[in-house]
Design a binder for this molecule. Structure first.
Ligand code: ADP
Ligand code: ZN
Length: 516
């Protein structure tokens, strides 16, 4: 570890490790496998870069983002580290040179795109003196996830070549199903899992639902005038919308640019550079913008539309406030967004998962619970206290004692051995006489009909709160069945107090795209 600390200072110029970094590096130096779950900007890179410098030989880094690879390698080289990348965008001659150097063990770090790994394994890669394998963006292995890469599922083959060196899988996506898949599919050996907190307390959270377009534009304009000169991003669902909003802002004297994948490479890098160097404070963009942008003073992120899922939303708002100073995230959404996204999900080959994830996004937007609690519970993190820095905390609904309601629901889940989905649970609690109830024999359970006093709508309203408060969770990889969490068990078995926002009739139209 002495040597690791020295590298931190001399190569990277930092005097202390961030929480977890030291433990992760220590574990890797002991040649154990690791899974590192850390939010974007948390400092994952040095968790493998420092071991790479300490070990003899070469650390192989698998990364799907060619632009990021290039930045990392340039950064390392400018600090005097021998590093190179190998991907399909390079000219043949350059690749030949990299192969040559790699075989002779020149590099401390060699970055490779996943699709180049397998052809190389049987020819030159197995001749490289590899001392560690780091798999960045490891969630790409997940079929459920938002950036599935088929080549990632082949990466376990690397194990056959290098059996006794440490493997490290790193990602900023931390839901439970993804974690399990990473462990299973990458061939890791009893990995140590490091889960950093995903909380970003300096980002305030606000949601504005169903605001008419005109009014929304005025609100955004007011917001920008209030935050004049500060950097921020407005995320939009479509390319056209990025252009429309940009034009609207320019007409109103706001210095802004729009950004989407339809622009040329040169235009895109120019816009990015202007943003990074504070020449253009405001960018209207699709989600194509932001990956790999290292800018610490983004002060706000506005979502003009509902995002597809909470993973994406979390990543996008996470581009604000990396310097730790107070920053804002404002989300606008309308039922039109919901419908558009629901149609999109329905047409996909992963319809169930995408629909379910969209529902969770919507639950967040409509949450009656501290937004931060809601967001973190999605990542299986339980925030003890309400945050005090979100719109729900600042303007709370009226609460009722929800202990008994929660206990009924939790007990229903337990008695079905956690083999029940949201809608069937409501039928069970309400004592419904449906085919699904009878085929499962649920009419014989003690909880059958225990919640007759509440309507369907009320149960949905409360169960979503149980989900948002982290008392239950949905297993995406097990037919969307509900599971109780340790916090839920406390309510059920230890009489932990539990509050629920009061149901106020159907004044607020609830939305739920149909779940499977
Ligand atoms: P991630 O890959 O998790 O998104 P990075 O590895 O790119 O994050 O790190 C984010 C930023 O934090 C970088 O600018 C990096 O130099 C900085 N950083 C990482 N570790 C430390 C540390 N121990 N002290 C100070 N800054 C750090
Ligand atoms: Zn809050």
């Amino acid at each position: 570890m002495e040597s690791a600390r020295k590298q931190l200072k001399t190569i990277f110029g930092y005097s202390t490790f961030r929480p977890q970094q030291e433990e992760i590096i220590r574990t890797t130096l002991e040649k154990e496998d690791t899974i590192v779950l850390m939010p974007t900007g948390g400092g994952k890179s040095i968790c493998y870069q420092i071991p790479a410098l300490v070990f003899d030989g070469t650390t192989l880094v698998i990364s799907p983002l060619i632009s990021l690879m290039k930045d990392q390698v340039e950064g390392l080289r400018s600090n005097g580290v021998e590093a190179a990348f190998f991907n399909s965008s390079q000219p043949e001659s350059e690749r030949a040179e990299v192969i040559q150097q790699a075989k002779s063990g020149t590099y401390k770090l060699l970055y490779m795109a996943p699709e180049t790994v397998f052809p190389a394994l049987d020819s030159w890669l197995s001749m490289v003196p590899v001392s560690m394998v780091a798999i960045d963006e490891a969630h790409c292995v997940s079929m459920w996830g938002h950036d599935f890469r088929p080549e990632y599922t082949q990466l376990h083959l690397l194990r056959n070549y290098w059996k006794d060196i440490p493997f490290s899988a790193l990602t900023a996506t931390a839901d439970k199903a993804t974690r399990k898949e990473i462990e299973n599919k990458l061939g890791l050996k009893n990995p140590h899992v490091f889960l950093s907190s995903f909380d970003r307390p300096n980002i305030s959270l606000e949601v504005r639902g169903n605001i008419p377009k005109k009014k929304k534009q005025e609100e955004i304009l007011d917001f920008l005038e209030e935050h004049e000169g500060q950097s921020g991003i407005i995320y939009c669902l479509s390319r056209k919308e990025t252009e429309d909003i940009n034009n609207f802002l320019l007409q109103n004297g706001i210095p802004s640019s729009h950004y989407h994948a339809g622009l040329s490479n040169t235009e895109r890098s120019r816009i990015q550079e202007d943003f990074i160097h504070d020449r253009t404070p405001v960018i209207t963009a699709t989600i194509a913008f932001g990956m790999g942008i290292d800018k610490s003073n983004v002060r706000w992120v506005i979502h003009n539309n509902l995002p597809k899922n909470l993973e994406g939303y979390y990543q996008e708002i996470g581009r604000a406030g990396r310097d730790g100073l107070a920053s804002k995230a404002v989300l606008y959404y309308t039922m039109r967004d919901v419908k558009l996204l629901a149609d999109f999900a329905r047409d996909s080959s992963q319809k169930e998962v995408l629909t379910e994830k969209l529902n969770r996004m919507l639950h967040y937007a409509e949450s009656q619970t501290c937004r931060r609690k809601t967001l973190l519970s999605y990542f299986s993190e339980n925030l003890e206290e309400n945050c005090g820095n979100c719109d729900v905390c600042l303007n709370p609904p009226s609460f009722i004692d929800g202990k008994v309601i929660a206990q009924k629901a939790l007990s229903g889940i337990k008695r079905t051995h956690e083999q029940i989905g949201l809608h069937l649970l409501i039928q069970l609690l309400r004592g419904a006489k449906t085919a699904d109830i009878y085929t499962n024999g649920y009419q014989n359970l003690k909880t059958y009909g225990a919640g007759r006093d509440l309507s369907n709508e009320e149960w949905l309203f409360y169960l979503i709160q149980l989900l948002n408060q982290g008392a239950i969770e949905i297993a995406y990889d097990e037919n969307f069945h509900l599971k109780t969490t340790p916090f839920g068990d406390k309510i059920l078995f230890e009489g932990q107090d539990f509050l629920l926002a009061k149901f106020s009739g159907s004044s607020k139209k609830r939305t739920e795209t149909k779940t499977p």
